[in-house]
Write a protein that binds this ligand. Structure first.
Ligand SMILES: Cc1cc2nc3c(=O)[nH]c(=O)nc-3n(C[C@H](O)[C@H](O)[C@H](O)COP(=O)(O)O)c2cc1C
Length: 189
């Protein structure tokens, strides 16, 4: 049922209104009305540098502030859309930091992070300036992360562009965007 689904769009660009955001919004336009959407720019909810406390014998610090906000938004979503431009063949630094914090959340058994992530769907939306092959490490990162957490892999939507708005000239990407969430098997209401 479409009403049971809730999409969290995490925008990882270091600028607002860039190509990745344009492409993600184009794809989201096709989501049925009953489907929840929440949009968060990772740059607007900055996370503290990740400290790996797993083996230092200290009590782990429960997530607070922006970290709690992102954890709660993550848990509330059935579908997690990682909308990150390709930066150095991978996700942006703010998006990578979010994933690093997943490691901390995994280390806190009371959060039941792995159990609560299982069965959600992870999607990727990215724009890059060069050849699509440069996105391979990014796609591998997302696919393997989904696999590790027992999440479904929804797929990767890729576009080309450099200046904001360039992706609107990428007809193939716009066409793919229209059909991207068709794979979500959402019932139209
Ligand atoms: C820090 C940084 C690293 C980048 N690395 C790559 C790269 O490895 N490969 C590529 O094709 N484009 C790269 N680009 C270009 C961006 O992917 C491209 O300009 C994209 O449109 C930016 O995303 P945005 O418009 O959504 O902000 C990089 C841009 C920046 C700012």
């Amino acid at each position: 049922m479409a009403e049971d689904r809730s999409f969290l769009f995490l925008l990882g660009s270091a600028r607002a209104g860039g190509n990745t955001e344009i492409l993600a919004r184009r794809a989201a336009k096709e989501l049925p009305r009953g489907v929840g959407q929440r949009w968060i720019r990772t740059a607007e909810v900055p996370l503290a540098p990740f400290v790996d406390r797993k083996h230092d014998g200290e009590d782990l610090v429960p997530p607070a502030g922006n970290e709690r906000l992102l954890l709660d938004a993550t848990f509330a979503a059935t579908d997690l859309v990682i909308a990150s431009p390709v930066y150095w063949y991978s996700v942006s630094a703010s998006m990578k930091l979010y994933f690093d914090h997943w490691a901390g959340w995994l280390d806190q058994p009371e959060l039941e992070f792995k159990a609560r992530m299982r069965g959600k769907t992870l999607w990727g939306v990215s724009v890059l300036a060069e050849q699509p092959e440069q996105a391979e490490p990014l796609i591998g990162t997302l696919r393997k992360t989904a696999e590790y957490l027992g999440m479904r892999w929804g797929g990767q939507l890729l576009g080309n562009g450099s200046r904001p708005g360039d992706v609107l000239l990428d007809e193939g990407a716009l066409k793919s965007a229209e059909a991207f969430f068709a794979g979500a098997d959402l019932v139209r209401v």
